[in-house]
Write a protein that binds this ligand. Structure first.
Ligand code: HSE
Length: 332
């Protein structure tokens, strides 16, 4: 049995989803000779450390009852720097102003020789190449499938299954919250404020939901794609962004009467990065509804490949995190 020790830094919807996924997959993982042992969890109020392995059920229960996992005052950086383990799961909220605390957490992990698996978009949208170099310099893995598309394996598809292809362009819907809002407003004629609240209750909206509705979250994801897929040293500031806040119910109705839907579309290709609401024919492959994400990847050999799935959500995002953890376990 290979025991791999992890910390979960950030215990909101995503961090808790990771804990639940590890619990529910215990038998499957044991069958593959893998024992995932969580030795540290931190949230904004404190942390729990147990070098013999945290009882994840109690940690989840405590979080539910008390709003925090904390049994002690150690910080995330204390766990990353001082507790022996192999993989840091960095799941703190996205901050597009300075990437913190994610950037410092990831840097500390690399500098102490730990692999990083993350769902946190801010640090990657601001300093992708710096983080990638830090991982390479320290000989550790840097995996970020969960940052784009939730459960949809965009990076694995491109880097593994489509290896050998040149990616010419990518277009798609990369934000579940806005897609949910636009779908509910168009199909049920519900007001914007109500459906935004629903999205927050579903746990799919960002901690600061203006990141969703103003297109910031989509832009971050596009920047991560530009860096990872196109090798561009792009940053958040390079994206031309328009959100959905000015889309009126009347505009959605008019579109629908003409057999179109309005979608917040991300486009990368020809060195340009754009996020903007677009009219999409109702039967078009990009016209997916609800919290779904979709990406059409145009390649030189394979032509166009379109992939869609749940783009947000606690357990869906944990799916990508778990697959990155397993990649590291199998390849290290
Ligand atoms: N707020 C994001 C979304 C979460 O709605 O897509 C997943 O990145």
């Amino acid at each position: 049995m290979k025991t791999v020790r992890l910390s979960i830094i950030g215990f909101g919807a995503v961090g808790q989803g990771v804990a639940r996924a590890i619990l529910s997959k215990k038998e499957m993982l044991t069958g593959q000779g893998i024992d995932l042992c969580v030795v540290g969890i931190s949230d904004s109020k404190g942390s729990e450390i147990n070098v013999r392995g945290i009882d994840l059920k109690s940690a989840l229960e405590r979080k539910k009852q008390k709003g925090t996992v904390a049994t002690g005052n150690e910080s995330a950086l204390d766990i990353i720097g001082n507790v022996e383990h192999e993989i840091v799961v960095e799941a703190t909220p996205t901050n597009i102003k300075n990437g913190e605390p994610g950037f410092s957490n990831m840097s500390a992990a690399f500098n102490s020789g730990k692999h990083v698996v993350t769902s946190n978009k801010g640090p990657l949208a601001l300093c992708f190449s710096q983080l990638k170099e830090a991982a390479e310099d320290n000989g550790v893995f840097f995996r970020y499938e969960a940052t784009v598309g939730g459960a949809v394996p965009i990076f694995n598809l491109i880097h593994e299954s489509l290896a050998g292809n040149r990616v010419i362009g990518i277009e798609g819907i990369l934000n579940g919250t806005t897609n949910y809002i636009l779908t509910r407003m168009a199909e049920e004629r519900l007001p914007y404020d109500l459906v935004l609240k629903e999205a927050q209750e579903l746990g799919i909206a960002e901690t600061d939901p203006t990141y969703d509705v103003e297109g910031v979250d989509s832009a971050c994801k596009l920047v991560i794609i530009a860096n990872s897929v196109f090798g561009e040293a792009a940053s958040y500031r390079d994206v031309d962004v328009t959100g959905i806040t000015k889309i009126t119910p009347e505009a959605l109705e008019l579109a629908s009467r003409n057999n179109y839907v309005v979608k917040l579309i991300c486009e990368a290709g020809n060195g340009t990065l754009t996020v903007a609401p677009r009219l999409v024919p109702k039967k078009h492959p990009l016209a997916v509804g609800g919290t779904m994400n979709v990406a059409s990847i145009l390649t030189d050999l394979a032509g166009k490949i379109t992939i869609s799935g749940k783009g947000a959500g606690s357990i869906e995002t944990a799916s990508s995190i778990l697959s990155d953890i397993m990649y590291i376990v199998r390849n290290s």
